[in-house]
Ligand binder design. Structure first.
Ligand code: SF4
Ligand code: SF4
Length: 410
């Protein structure tokens, strides 16, 4: 790790940390592991020490006084792994009274650690998979749209159209992971029910590139962006919608501003408020999990709650930590790949908080959150349902249609 790795702003951020400890108190990785070294406070302190110990002048002073330098290759490797034992949830940044750009610092650190070879080996797989097959799972990219074939109520004429007003960018998890495929299925049912002129891009869609940035391998991003922008343009679309908050975030932050962008929760809220969906009764008590990249990242908190408020028969209860202070489910930052036990321990805290509300279902707006929490719930036989907002709305639409079709009492 070289001294040139950080810009002036990032070095100033390190120096501006007052060590108040607010970030340590909220860090879900610390709470789940009991290891304070995973907090922003301690990690920044360690980083300052490592950078100082790489300074030749400081090393010479240490040699004179007989101290061993701390920035040994082993210390750097250990620090490198610690930087990846973080879900990039952003709660440290949310609570930092000094308003330090901590998440940017983590991303720059990951970039630098992967450049110097001090990042965990496993993250190379992300780059290799994307370069080879354009998706994180290293599946055949031409099969990206195959989930449509498994739909019971696929839109007439399918989901791939030559041109469309709206492109639905499915994302890798929704496209390939069987448990998560129910989410794109539900979303296209909703778009179809509301009469939206939409298309998916199937094999013409490549991974959005968010995993490259999150794993510190952003150098490959430009070619991904160029491909996806051209593919959307080829459809003649004016708007791109996402069920994945990370796809939505990277398109908002790193793609050229050529299209209107919306997350599915925003689009569904718009359709519901415009009365374009026949919502029926869903008699159930639910709570809502704010995905980190959608809530803290995208500041989208109200739209999903607006939708929940309009589903007949539904009772909504908030968790103790919600909105900008929502607990992370453990599914972000490639944490599952680096430390699956830590990811599962974070998921346990999340699910326990949801169960404590008395809700029968956790609703969220992210395939990865659904995947992480469902895996925990199934493995541990916890009696609570986990579903995406789109699945809940599709259920309500089905109930609305059934009620409309039922014979009226004389
Ligand atoms: S909350 Fe901010 S100022 Fe306080 S210890 Fe953490 S990074 Fe430093
Ligand atoms: S981003 Fe989240 S998991 Fe990572 S250090 Fe900050 S609070 Fe902890």
């Amino acid at each position: 790790m070289g001294q040139s790795a950080f810009g002036v702003g990032q070095r100033m951020a390190l120096d501006a940390c007052t060590e108040c400890g607010e970030c340590l108190d909220v860090c879900p990785a610390v709470a789940a592991s009991g290891d304070p070294a995973l907090s922003a406070q301690v990690r920044m302190r360690t980083l300052k020490r490592l950078l100082r110990d790489r300074n030749p002048l400081w090393q010479a002073v240490k040699e004179v006084f007989g101290c061993a330098p701390l920035a040994t290759p082993e210390a750097l490797k250990e620090f490198g792994t610690s930087v990846f034992r973080c879900s990039l949830c952003g709660d440290c940044q949310e609570v930092c009274p000094a308003r330090l750009p901590i998440k940017d610092l983590w991303l720059s650190l990951r970039q630098e650690l992967s450049r110097t070879g001090d990042a965990p080996e496993k993250i190379r797989m992300i780059r290799d998979n994307l370069a080879g097959s354009h998706n994180v799972f290293d599946e055949d990219n031409d099969e990206r749209g195959d989930w449509v074939d498994d739909m019971r109520n696929a839109p007439k004429g399918g989901c791939v159209r030559k041109t469309a007003e709206v492109v639905y960018f499915t994302g890798c998890v929704g496209a390939y992971f069987p448990l998560a495929q129910k989410i794109p299925m539900a979303f296209v049912e909703i778009l179809d029910a509301a009469g939206v002129d939409f298309s998916i891009m199937a094999g013409d869609e490549w991974c959005c590139g968010f995993p490259l940035v999150g794993s510190g391998q952003a150098q490959d991003l430009p070619s991904v962006v160029a491909h996806n922008v051209e593919a959307v343009k080829a459809k003649g679309a004016r708007k791109v919608v996402f069920t994945c908050p990370s796809c939505h975030q990277i398109w908002s932050e790193a793609y050229p501003r050529e299209f209107e962008l919306a997350h599915a929760t925003q689009m569904v809220a718009e359709l519901v408020l415009a009365g374009r969906l026949p919502l029926g009764e869903v008699p159930m008590t639910v709570t809502y999990h704010d995905p980190c990249d959608l809530g803290r990242g995208g500041r989208i908190f109200d739209e999903p709650r607006d939708v929940l408020a309009r589903i007949p028969g539904l009772t909504f209860v908030e968790m103790a930590h919600c909105r900008q202070h929502c607990l992370c489910c453990g599914g972000g930052g490639n944490l599952e790949m680096i430390d699956p036990e830590l990811s599962a321990a974070m998921s346990r805290r999340k699910v326990e908080e949801a169960v404590a509300t008395g809700a029968r279902a956790i609703i969220t707006g992210c395939q990865q959150c659904v995947r992480t929490m469902t895996t925990y719930v199934k493995r541990n036989k916890v009696d609570i349902e986990v579903m995406d907002m789109c699945q809940l709305v599709a259920r309500s639409v089905a109930a609305g249609r059934a009620a409309a079709a039922a014979p009226k009492a004389a």
